[in-house]
Write a protein that binds this ligand. Structure first.
Ligand code: C2O
Ligand code: CU
Length: 582
């Protein structure tokens, strides 16, 4: 034991313990000669354990050897490229031998495929027409050249800056080996152009931008492949925020590679179907090692979009002061100082950061990961980029406006809906079958204790080997018993709807789900019954494992729309439904 903490004296009756600031602990009572004993010397009885000790198998060794028998159920492919094991994790031999039961997929490559260029910025006004072409590109990341996908030969796709209220025409052409589409994430456009179904080689989208905010576009066909390979771009619609010296639009992603190759994707069905595909190479605007140079005292407005398949980020600039000002489709009621900002896949946040000391400030993802096998928590800190602050002071000093926290009227009078029962409830859960023995067994242990958010993807081999053939993520409507695409909700236009998401506590392997609703916007009313006191319009919300989230949907935009989990592998394994606004 690393740390022994004296909790107090025990007498007959009930003893209330102080809070214990440890991830993992056991509680012992020892019988001592005197009340002043600092360390236990006498006889000891075990009186309790932290929940985090519970995923540990009663006999790890016996289990790991015994589990090897089950490894034979895995399918073997010749020359499989396996995901690397993250440092600090212990893998069972049986876990190392599992393989996905789908054929590996990587884009066809040859040396005539052009190298991608950094994105360009498209300033659009009403009536403009642009062209977006999805095609193969080559990209060199950390000295390795990979064949990937890109829009207009760029990484990420072009940055679209559009005026609020404008409407533009997008001529899309698909030059990929597979069919695709463009979904305009978060934009309340005409239902016909929502881009959920695969289109032919050419398609013309009419996209209108009614709301200021930060949006993005991506395919809606096998996102687990197409988004991972680089098909995404940002859209900024004429926002009005408090002042900043400069703006930076950052698309954040994590790509899963093993040096010279991208880890292949699943051809018939996604790999990584359990937790989603966590990458090991962080990318900001398509490149590792983001760099920005600013002057001392500069206030930078960062638009942050999480385009990764599965990873929820916890971002900060240690040493610089940060306030959060807006999210998906609008500003927060009040700006707030924050230490870090949590961004689930598909969510966006706008933060203002002031760099007031010369030197280097890192952009880091700082999370606590869980080693599921040993019930051990460990920190993971990844540097996504560095901001260099020069000693020269910024010309236009914003000290005063930055120090103030702007307040706005609430975006909607949501108070009355807080105590109302939900109009619809959706349970988030999963079904599995034919998983390898070792996976089945470890997942069962894991369901005894789980983290509300899986930050690190710390079951890399078992997760990789699970495919859409074994895992089906489920949205269940308890009112009708219907699931996924069999659910069809109907809402009259203009009547706000309260929806409750219940992320099933008892699911076989609970996980957080970033839930996205197309074509509308909503407010987060409450999380686990705690009212949200800082409202903002959103289109994606993270529902933690075991958590309950209430939203209020603004049903303003008629049409037939999708609701789904934005972990690409969960979506591609069924976690979607539709609803109609009449
Ligand atoms: Cu960003 Cu239906 O997706
Ligand atoms: Cu999900």
């Amino acid at each position: 034991m690393d740390t022994v903490i004296r909790l107090g004296l025990v007498s007959n009756g009930t003893t209330t313990l102080p809070a214990i600031d440890l991830d993992k602990f056991i509680i012992l009572i020892s019988s001592e000669h005197g009340v002043r004993a600092r360390e236990p010397h006498g006889r000891i009885i075990l009186r309790g354990q932290s929940p985090s000790t519970r995923p540990m198998p009663p006999d790890v060794l016996e289990f790991s050897v015994g589990a090897m028998g089950g490894a034979g159920t895995a399918h073997h492919h010749a020359d499989v490229i396996m995901p690397p094991v993250p440092p600090g994790l212990t893998m069972l031999p049986s876990e190392m031998s599992v393989r996905p039961d789908v054929a590996p997929y990587l884009p066809p490559t040859d040396t005539t495929i052009p190298f991608a260029r950094p994105r360009e910025i498209l300033h659009l006004v009403n009536g403009d027409t642009i062209r977006l072409e999805a095609g193969l590109v080559r990209r060199t990341l950390n000295g390795h050249t990979y064949t990937m996908y890109g829009y207009n030969g760029q990484y990420p796709g072009p940055l679209i800056e559009a005026a609020r209220g404008s409407e533009v025409v997008v001529r899309f052409s698909d030059r990929l080996p597979d069919s695709s589409s463009i979904h305009w994430h978060g934009i309340r456009l005409d239902n016909a152009f929502d881009g959920v179904a695969a289109v032919g080689r050419e398609f013309t989208y009419h996209v209108r931008f009614p709301d200021a905010g930060i949006y993005w576009y991506h395919p809606h066909v096998r996102e687990d492949i197409q988004q991972e390979l680089g098909l995404y771009g940002n859209i900024v619609v004429q926002p009005e925020y408090s002042p900043a010296n400069r703006e930076a639009v950052l698309m954040l992603d994590d790509l899963l590679v093993a040096d010279s190759s991208i880890i292949p994707l699943g051809k018939e069905s996604p790999t990584h179907a359990l937790m989603g595909r966590f990458g090991n190479l962080f990318l900001v605007n398509g490149e590792p090692g983001y760099r920005l140079s600013v002057r001392r005292g500069e206030v930078v407005r960062f638009y942050l979009t999480n385009a990764s398949n599965a990873r929820t980020l916890n971002l900060s600039f240690p040493g610089a002061r940060m306030k959060v000002v807006a999210t998906d489709a609008g500003p927060f009621e009040h700006e707030a100082w924050v230490e870090s900002v949590v961004i689930a896949p598909a969510e966006r946040y706008v933060v203002h950061v002031r760099f007031d000391k010369p030197g280097a400030v890192a952009l880091v993802n700082n999370v606590i990961a869980l080693d599921h096998l040993f019930g051990r928590f460990f920190p993971e800190v990844d540097t996504l980029g560095v901001v260099s602050v020069s000693p020269h002071a910024v010309v236009h000093d914003l000290t005063k406006s930055f120090a103030a926290l702007r307040r706005l009227p609430p975006p909607f009078a949501a108070q009355a809906f807080l105590s109302r029962p939900p109009d619809q409830t959706l349970v988030l859960t999963l079904e599995t079958h034919d998983l390898p023995f070792v996976t089945e067994r470890l997942m069962q242990l894991d369901s005894i204790y789980f983290a509300p958010v899986e930050w690190g993807g710390t079951m890399p081999m078992m997760n990789w080997a699970s495919t859409g053939r074994q895992v089906r993520w489920v949205l269940k409507d308890p009112a009708t018993g219907r699931e996924n695409m069999d659910i069809a909700w109907h809402f009259p236009r203009g009547t706000p709807v309260k929806i409750r998401f219940v992320n099933e506590r008892r699911a076989f392997h609970g996980m957080q789900h970033p839930i996205h609703l197309h074509g509308q916007r909503f407010l987060i009313l409450a999380v686990n019954g705690i009212p949200n006191e800082n409202l903002a319009w959103k289109d994606t919300v993270l529902v933690p494992a075991g958590g309950v989230v209430d939203i209020l949907l603004d049903t303003a935009n008629p049409g037939d729309w999708m609701l789904h989990c934005h972990i690409a592998e969960h979506l591609s394994t069924g976690m979607m439904m539709h609803f109609t606004v009449n």
